[in-house]
Design a protein around this ligand. Structure first.
Ligand code: M6R
Length: 365
């Protein structure tokens, strides 16, 4: 059942090119530079009237939502925000019919996300789900939604669900954007880059042996920091979550700019800092933060863009990912971190598919 892989997590990492192709297939309009998402179909007028996107979710799905936040703002030019599902529910969310609420969940059974959906419905928002498991409670409760088509995800650590969620969020932002200010030309370029995601991920997976070798040098640490900026900030959070849940290394994900506001006090010679510094508007600033970490003797592993020698030079080790649109790059970047975490955990002899204290779906609040 593990298809020859040692763990479901590794199998699911390797399934990503296919899962992503399934999530994207038939959903890009390469003529209009837009996307076709049946679950989002409502009149263009209704879509144009939306004033805000609010994404809710937990854990890895929350991190996908955070990438979505950048995508909606950049591409669709719409006010976008993310709320942890439990927070959303116990606050007093101010919203109405022109708010677009997207509930993100792999399992479709997470109690807090389900409760958030109910709350959003009560407030009269336009609610939609982004779920993997067909017919799950959240999918039924929202009534309207887009399925990921990622296939079953067995490993507690979510991998292919995240990359498919981000890909679909990019397509949602593209659809919304094309009804607003995003031009056909920009749309065509982005649609092309989204269409290449399966290939980009395949190219990262092809580097597994290199990443596994790098992982050997990060096995004996009890602490690690992951940093990033812009859309690579949620990628850093997701990298830290992956590492901590399967390897039990204490991993903190931080916005690179936040380091100097406290956490840098914890850096000592040899402390690992994983810097997601792919090309994009935030890259140079991230490299500046990397220098600050180096000055404290930290050991830096960079996730960089292929051929970016400026970035390679400031890192002790690096994993390079193919060059693409900075939002699209979040997907191959996270795959590099999934593979890294997997191999660190494997070398530490951890129970990768069943980490202690964790369940695949959290159906209690
Ligand atoms: O099924 P969901 O996407 O709603 O699950 C949310 C989280 O429980 C889940 O992503 C969790 O954080 C994973 N163990 C992360 O790998």
């Amino acid at each position: 059942e593990k298809g020859g892989f040692e763990h479901f997590m590794l199998k699911e990492i390797h399934e990503q090119p296919e899962a992503l192709a399934n999530a994207i297939r038939g959903r890009l309009d390469l003529h209009l530079g837009s996307s076709v998402l049946a679950g989002m179909s409502t009149s263009q007028r209704e879509l144009a009237e939306l004033v805000r996107v609010v994404m809710v979710g937990c854990g890895t799905s929350l991190h996908a939502a955070m990438v979505g936040e950048y995508a909606f703002e950049d591409i669709a030019d719409i006010n976008a925000e993310v709320q942890q599902a439990a927070e959303f529910r116990y606050r007093n969310p101010i919203m109405g019919s022109r708010d677009f609420v997207v509930a993100i969940s792999q399992s479709g059974e997470t109690a807090d996300t389900l409760a958030a959906v109910k709350e959003a419905h009560q407030k009269g928002a336009f609610v939609m789900s982004l779920v993997n498991v067909v017919g799950s409670t959240i999918a039924r409760e929202t009534g309207r939604g887009v399925y990921l088509h990622a296939g079953p995800e067995i490993s507690v650590a979510s991998t292919k669900a995240f990359t498919c969620q981000v890909s679909v969020l990019l397509m949602m932002a593209l659809k919304l954007g094309r009804g607003r200010r995003f031009s056909r030309e920009e749309g065509l370029k982005l649609a092309h880059d989204i269409g290449s995601i399966p290939l980009l991920v395949e190219r990262v997976i092809a580097k597994e042996h290199i990443i596994a070798k790098i992982a050997e040098d990060y096995v004996d640490n009890e602490h690690a920091f992951f940093i990033g900026r812009g859309p690579m900030y949620p990628v850093a959070l997701e990298g830290a979550l992956k590492l901590k849940e399967i390897s039990y290394i204490h991993a903190e994900g931080y916005h690179a700019a936040e380091l100097k506001h406290g956490p840098i006090a914890l850096l000592q010679p040899g402390t690992p800092v994983i810097a997601v510094a792919c090309e994009g508007p935030a890259k140079d600033k991230t490299l500046g933060n990397v220098e600050e970490c180096r000055a404290r003797g930290a050991r830096i592993l960079g996730i960089v863009t292929e051929g970016d020698t400026d970035a390679e030079e400031v890192m002790d080790d690096y994993i390079s990912i193919p060059r693409t649109h900075p939002l699209v790059a979040t997907v191959p970047a996270v795959v590099a971190l999934q593979i890294f975490s997997y191999h660190v955990a494997r070398l530490r002899g951890c129970e990768i598919d069943q980490p202690r204290n964790l369940a695949k779906s959290v159906t209690v609040e």
